[in-house]
Write a new protein. Structure first.
Lengths: 340, 247
């Protein structure tokens, strides 16, 4: 009877809403605790304690921060474009949430298991730059504008090599569906045969999410805080949540493309006892830890070095590896058959 | 039912956004409306079942081309009054071109919908049992591969042409040669200075930069620095071809 209800249009709408809620609530909690984890890990790297006052081990710190952010006043600078100024953080946050619709946490656990899932993710992540540009332009501030321009150039540059990396993975899979990509890794995870691409992809995701050492759009020593200087209160909070949700998204994408998604390592008994979603989350957490570790370790790049790395190192490397991958697949007859 | 509602929503927003592109006063708003129009066009593609085209439209036009548009429009100091001044003078030409384009569009759509030859193609745009990514791939990379390669070649020539036209080597500005910087050793740049006993310096010896480069480089550098107004080189060890500092 309940099955019959979920076949109707209204039932499907309700079901989709419930699925979205079941994904987004844990995601937002994860975002909150990612900020906590970042502060704790950075503190450990710098031989400090980190947040330890609010709640046991400082575990309630993210909620204290959230309440503080909610209570503050939203300041809209004079001379700013009011509508676009408020639109930009919503866009950033919304895009970071929307992309999760296609991420398969387990086999068949994606809200929308679409044929072109990887292209959808790529499209959504390339839209992320608009939140930054619009914020920078609408703030009517030179620092915000400089940050926005930097960010736009940076994100467009690194998208190119990311695209090539994705294409070389897709060559090995023969499908654009994210579930198929994970299932193609049952024999071996792609991070082993495509190891250089794995590294290029990971570094590109750092640049794509504007994380250090590529956080020039918000380089506080030169342009104060970059594109969100003028934002306060919840509008700032949305940028903040969007950035961390994007980090988790990019880690999820890395997991799906290279670390075998929800598959257990080696596919042997003690590992396969643990259910798939747990593996997925563990792998995402590993990637996130590396994100934070990199932040604690490397100094910020200079802008020309950043551009050089993107265009003169990563682009030729990923292009060459794409040709090598295609050649090897052709030579050894490993080309996957496209699912009809 | 939902698809029909979505179609009308996308279509109406697309038309309104397209109208706003040409009628809004602020060019940045125009570009943002253009992006909205692209977005809705992608939605229409999705409803028509062409999900690959929809995503490619988003990635290429919204994600890359429109970003560059926005970039240029924001950076340029556009004088809006001047842009609007020639409106009446150019109206006849613009209207003529618009009318020609419209008539062409009508002819194409008319030929597509009533032409006897197109009837077969209209009802089987994609082969059965193949989703449209694979169908497009077959068309482009199997059936029309030479045309596709020719198009790629034309684009390559255009790209090289654009680079050749815009690339200029500036002799006066400094740039990093990373190879040289990385191959620098301590022995090349620092030397031991013998210090006599009791000369107020630690008798173990000190390292100081070697002074080997000729004077004129120093003069040249200070000139270019004055011209540029800022220090072009990097921090710390970035001085492969900086003259060593004299202390």
């Amino acid at each position: 009877m309940s099955n019959f209800f979920f076949e109707t249009t209204g039932g499907r709408v309700i079901l989709t809403f419930a699925e979205a809620l079941a994904l987004l609530v844990p995601l937002l909690i994860m975002v909150a605790y990612l900020t906590y984890a970042e502060r704790k890990v950075l503190a450990a790297i710098q031989l400090r304690r980190g947040p330890n006052v609010v709640g046991p081990f400082g575990l309630l710190q993210p909620f204290a921060d959230a309440i503080k952010m909610l209570m503050k006043e939203t300041v809209i600078p004079s001379g700013s474009n009011r509508l676009l100024f408020l639109l930009a953080p919503m866009l950033t946050f919304g895009l970071a949430m929307v992309a999760w619709a296609v991420i398969p946490v387990n086999e068949g656990w994606a809200i929308a298991d679409i044929n072109v899932g990887i292209l959808y993710l790529f499209a959504i992540s390339s839209l992320g730059v608009y939140g930054v540009i619009i914020a920078g332009w609408a703030s009517n501030s030179k620092y915000a504008f400089l940050g926005a321009l930097r960010s736009a150039a940076q994100m467009v540059s690194y998208e190119v090599s990311m695209g090539f990396v994705i294409v070389s993975v897709l060559l090995c899979v023969g499908s654009l569906n994210l579930t198929d990509i994970v299932l193609a890794q049952q024999t071996i995870w792609f991070c082993i045969p495509l190891f250089p691409m794995f590294i290029v992809f990971f570094i590109s995701t750092l640049a794509e999410t504007n994380r250090s050492p590529f956080d020039l759009p918000e380089g506080e020593s030169e342009i104060v805080a970059g594109f969100f200087v003028e934002y306060s209160s919840l509008s700032f909070g949305l940028f903040f949540l969007g950035e961390y949700a994007n980090m988790i998204l990019m880690s999820g994408l890395t997991t799906i493309l290279f670390l075998g998604g929800w598959l257990a390592p080696f596919g042997v008994v003690p590992f396969t006892w643990i259910p798939g979603p747990i593996w997925f989350i563990l792998k995402v957490c590993l990637c996130l830890f590396v994100f934070i570790w990199v932040r604690g370790t490397f100094p910020r790049y200079r802008y020309d070095q950043l551009m050089r790395l993107g265009w003169k190192v990563f682009l030729p490397l990923s292009l060459a590896w794409l040709v090598i991958t295609a050649g090897a697949l052709m030579l050894f007859g490993w080309l996957p058959h496209a699912p009809a | 039912m939902i698809a029909t509602i979505a179609f009308y929503v996308f279509a109406v927003v697309l038309l309104v956004a397209a109208a706003m592109v040409v009628s809004s006063r602020n060019p940045v708003h125009s570009v943002l409306f253009l992006i909205l129009a692209f977005f809705n066009a992608a939605g229409l593609f999705l409803i028509a079942g062409a999900e690959f085209l929809a995503m490619i439209l988003m990635i290429v036009y919204v994600g890359a081309v429109a970003v560059l548009f926005l970039f240029v429009v924001m950076m340029l100091d556009v004088n809006f009054a001047e842009l609007r001044s020639g409106f009446q003078r150019y109206l006849p030409i613009g209207a003529t071109i618009g009318a020609v384009l419209f008539i062409e569009l009508v002819l194409v759509v008319g030929g597509w919908s009533i032409g006897p030859l197109s009837e077969g193609a209209r009802f089987a745009p994609t082969p059965a049992n193949v989703h449209n990514t694979a169908a497009l791939g077959r068309l482009i990379y199997t059936d029309y591969v030479f045309l596709f390669q020719a198009a790629g070649l034309v684009l390559l020539v255009a790209m090289i042409g654009a680079i050749v036209l815009t690339l200029r080597e500036r002799k006066s500005s400094r740039h990093q040669i990373i190879r040289l910087q990385n191959s620098r050793t301590v022995a090349e740049t620092l030397e031991m200075v013998p210090v006599s006993l009791g000369a107020n310096i630690n008798t173990l010896g000190i390292y100081r930069p070697k002074v080997t480069e000729p004077e004129e480089v120093l003069a040249d550098e200070s000139d270019s620095e004055a011209l540029l107004g800022h220090h072009g080189g990097g921090s710390g060890g970035a001085g492969a071809h900086h003259a060593p500092e004299v202390r």
